[in-house]
Design a binder for this molecule. Structure first.
Ligand SMILES: [Zn+2]
Length: 428
């Protein structure tokens, strides 16, 4: 078997990206995507790890069994075999292991697989629509570019197999589920899959980087906790005996208002957003149910925890004041970025050598949150090093209906960063 040419890797990864783009799946439901990845890895002669080998169910957050069951049926109707569903044990996530057979470092590369709950633009100016590869799953879209991450990672696996003779040690390529809402990183980290890794590198298309730029994160990711609150009241006739009811809706509204008023910390930036509130049964019934989705963020783990504790206090107080039941469920969690300066220097040096890279830069301004930080922390806690980079595109904004990545020019740069780092860290 002869190795691919650079043009062939690029052609393949663009084709794969356009295929995955058409079948976006939200967090914990990526069965079709996991199947595509698994099949491709097996065709390379690899034995990908699945299910509970890569996911610790005790650390799973924000996984809705109803959505998972629906996704399994949808995947099967699209040709995913039951035998594969069985192998996943109900948990999406794939890890490819490429062992060179020679002693050397264990290097992990991390990609994610999930989409965003956004309806893709049907404008003819939108490239996926114009070129016929827009989402075929209404209401869902790869609007954060994770389709490109998985496709690049697959070609990185092929490159590692093709270039095994020039490499030592072992590689683990992670296809993580449920990055959106920072729900999957913890479960993958807690499986122990990266505990033996000397290095871990994660990348993301776009964000702060424009097309032709590579950015290295030196901070910026906020620690974040996603929280669901369920309030239970007591029903009554709103006209004849309102005093007998206890309104979950009013409790939730009071909690939402109070949460936005949590005094901000002087120790670092904080965020809070009550993003969703569903409550009530009907016009003349004292509302029994209220479901609230919120998130807090903080510049440090401590500041984030301060926000979490205040949210808890408010829920407890509101429960007493409104005489309702209330339950708090953690739906996702990410930490801040652990920074390893020498590995960041190395990634930047390699990025500068890539054809098409016009500029590299470093970034530490408050960004969103990213649960690669949890995998990074796990690696560093076990004595390894990690880095996180951005390969740019001109994207109009993430999580938007017109998100666009110029796949033919942006993806080859991300691909080459990983391949160059494989050689740099594990070259003979
Ligand atoms: Zn993303």
């Amino acid at each position: 078997m002869t190795a691919f040419t650079k043009a062939q890797y690029i052609e393949e990864m663009v084709a794969t990206r356009r295929k995955i783009h058409q079948m976006p799946e939200e967090g914990w439901t990526e069965f079709e995507t996991s199947w595509l990845i698994t099949e491709r890895l097996r065709s390379l002669g690899l034995k990908p790890l699945l299910g509970l080998k890569v996911i610790n169910p005790d650390a799973v957050m924000g996984r809705d069994p109803k959505l998972v069951a629906e996704a399994i049926e949808r995947a099967k109707s699209h040709g995913v075999p039951q035998s594969f569903i069985d192998e996943t044990e109900g948990y999406t996530g794939v890890v490819a292991v490429i062992d060179t057979g020679r002693p050397g470092p264990v290097t992990a590369f991390r990609a994610d697989m999930d989409c965003v709950v956004v309806s893709e633009s049907d404008s003819k100016d939108h490239v996926p629509t114009a070129c016929g590869f827009a989402s075929k799953h209404p209401g869902f879209m790869h609007a954060c570019g994770h389709d490109s991450h998985s496709s690049i990672a697959l070609e990185v696996c092929r490159w590692l197999v093709d270039h095994k003779d020039e490499l030592k040690g072992k590689f683990k390529v992670l296809f993580q589920p449920a990055e959106e809402g920072v729900r999957g990183g913890n479960a993958m980290a807690a499986s122990g899959i990266v505990d033996d890794c000397d290095y871990l590198i994660g990348g993301h298309v776009g964000t702060f980087a424009k097309l032709g730029e590579v950015g290295l994160m030196t901070g910026g990711f906020l620690a974040s906790t996603k929280i669901d609150v369920h309030f239970h009241g007591r029903p009554s006739h709103a006209g004849s005996d309102p005093e007998k009811g206890r309104s979950a809706l009013m409790a939730a509204c009071a909690a939402a208002m109070m949460m936005q008023g949590i005094p901000r910390s002087g120790e670092g930036v904080t965020r809070i957003a009550v993003g969703k509130l569903n409550a009530g049964e009907g016009r003349n019934v004292t509302p029994v149910h209220a479901d609230m989705q919120l998130e807090v963020r903080g510049a440090t783990g401590e500041v984030n925890e301060y926000m979490v504790q205040n949210v808890r206090n408010i829920v407890e107080g509101v429960k007493r004041a409104y005489e309702v039941e209330g339950e708090i469920v953690k739906a996702g969690e990410a930490t801040t970025l652990t920074v390893c300066p020498d590995l960041i220097d190395m990634v930047e040096e390699e990025a500068k050598k890539i054809e098409g890279v016009k500029r590299t830069f470093r970034e530490d301004k408050p960004a969103g949150s990213e649960d690669c930080t949890v995998l990074i922390k796990r690696v560093v806690d076990h004595g390894g090093k990690a880095a996180y980079f951005m390969f740019g595109c001109n994207h109009h904004g993430h999580h938007r209906a017109d998100f666009e990545i110029q796949d033919e020019t942006s993806m080859p740069i991300g691909f080459e960063v990983f391949c160059r780092m494989a050689k740099r860290l594990n070259g003979i």
